[in-house]
Ligand binder design. Structure first.
Ligand code: PLP
Length: 395
């Protein structure tokens, strides 16, 4: 098989072998229903408790603050719709940013269609929202502020603790979509002043289709699913035991390896950025240099089409993305790149490379050589580029 270099860890991660091993007994032998009182049922119940505990340890919270869901999308939907429905008497105003994931933005749109009022905050050219903006947007009828911990496309990490401080003493709940941040940066919702936090196992080397919502003490959201009394009546349906067990193990591993793994990723990230900036003309880094996820490199290259480059790199065995994986296939510039005011033609030439635990320096070196090759090839086929070069030569 040809070489494959996977640089799309923000889209999803390869499940860890240790996690798979951990899940196997629950897929094979321990098939009981955790709600049953006989032995194989209670073994499954123990697996749920253990997973809840492992996740709670990562977040420095109590196991009862963790509710299992089918992933980041469900957690975001539940946090927003649940808060809106249960607090409608107190107000109908929500605050978010223009660069949230679609799981938040589309839910906001849905809420608008149900009579809620949503303020979409602008972000600056690095993708940062300033805490003062939230202070200014807060109203007596604001019931929820939803700001992502880190952006999935450009990797910018938001000042969550400062926002949490501003919200102290205001009745609005604070939700953060930490789908990209969990396992990448330390997160302690109580310390951060966060009431609701979404995460998804497939972003931290766990299985797909499973996630959780952290719900702060004393907050009760209406159930999103109607049925049995699972998850203390907050999320009906027989639990996905094997996947929950896998997520717990993945969370534990993410915590244990965080320091070393993210130090290595940050170093490779900076190396990759530096090489591209020095070796490829007409490119620019998107997002913050300082407040950035360890493995995120997002660059815009003038005179190329990002989607075309993704396909050309795929033929060289390199997997990356030209925008958010969830919005791939759309030909227009992503809403995130629009939100940081990148001109359309530059935004369309943007590529996201996200590194992971198995990425090596050799991978980056190989990828850079291929990126240089395909960008050069693509530019040389672009009449706008050749005209630009000719004009520059004349001057
Ligand atoms: N939020 C963010 C920031 C994401 O990056 C994603 C997925 O890419 C989601 C939410 C949705 O998570 P899931 O794929 O688990 O539904």
């Amino acid at each position: 098989m040809n070489k494959r270099i996977y640089l799309d860890h923000a889209a999803t991660t390869k499940m860890s072998g240790q996690v798979l091993e951990y899940m196997m007994p629950y897929l094979r032998d321990e098939y009981g229903n955790p709600s049953s009182i006989y032995d194989i049922g209670s073994e499954n119940k123990k697996a749920l408790l253990s997973a809840r505990k492992k996740i709670a340890e990562v977040l420095s919270c109590e196991p009862q603050n963790i509710y299992f869901t089918s992933g980041g999308t469900e957690s975001d939907n539940w946090a927003l719709v649940g808060t809106a429905e249960s607090r409608a008497e107190m107000g109908k105003h929500l605050i978010t940013t223009r660069m949230e994931h679609h799981a938040v933005l589309e839910t906001c749109k849905y809420l608008e269609s149900r009579g809620y009022d949503v303020t979409y905050l602008d972000v600056d050219e690095l993708g940062m929202v300033r805490p003062e903006q939230i202070e200014r947007a807060l109203r007596p009828d604001t019931i929820l502020v939803s700001i992502m911990t880190a952006n999935n496309e450009i990797g910018t990490i938001q000042p969550i603790a400062q926002i949490g401080k501003i919200l102290q003493g205001h009745k609005a709940l604070f939700h953060t979509d930490a789908v990209q941040a969990f396992g990448q940066i330390p997160l302690a919702p109580k310390e951060l002043g966060v009431d609701l936090l979404s995460a998804s196992a497939h972003k931290f080397y766990g299985p797909k289709g499973i996630g959780f919502l952290y719900v702060g003490d004393g907050i009760r959201l209406p159930s999103f699913m109607h049925g049995g009394k699972q998850e203390r009546g907050m999320r009906a349906g027989t639990e996905n035991v094997a996947y929950i067990a896998g997520m717990g193990e993945a969370a534990k591993l993410a915590q244990e390896t965080m320091q070393e793994r993210t130090a290595q990723e940050s170093q490779l990230r900076d190396y990759m950025i530096q090489r591209m900036e020095h070796e490829i003309p007409y490119c620019r880094l998107n997002g913050s240099r300082k407040s950035r996820l360890p493995g995120n490199v997002n660059m815009s290259f003038s005179f190329v089409d990002g989607e075309t480059i993704v396909i050309m790199l795929d033929m060289e065995g390199i997997c990356c993305s030209s925008g958010s994986a969830c919005s791939a296939g759309q030909s227009s510039a992503s809403h995130v790149l629009k939100s940081i005011h990148l001109p359309d033609d530059i935004a369309k030439g943007s590529l996201r490379f996200t590194l992971g635990d198995e990425t090596t320096r050799e991978d980056i070196d190989y990828a850079i050589e291929k990126i240089k090759e395909v960008i050069k090839k693509s530019r040389n086929m672009n009449p706008a580029y050749t005209a630009f070069v000719k004009r520059n030569q004349k001057q």
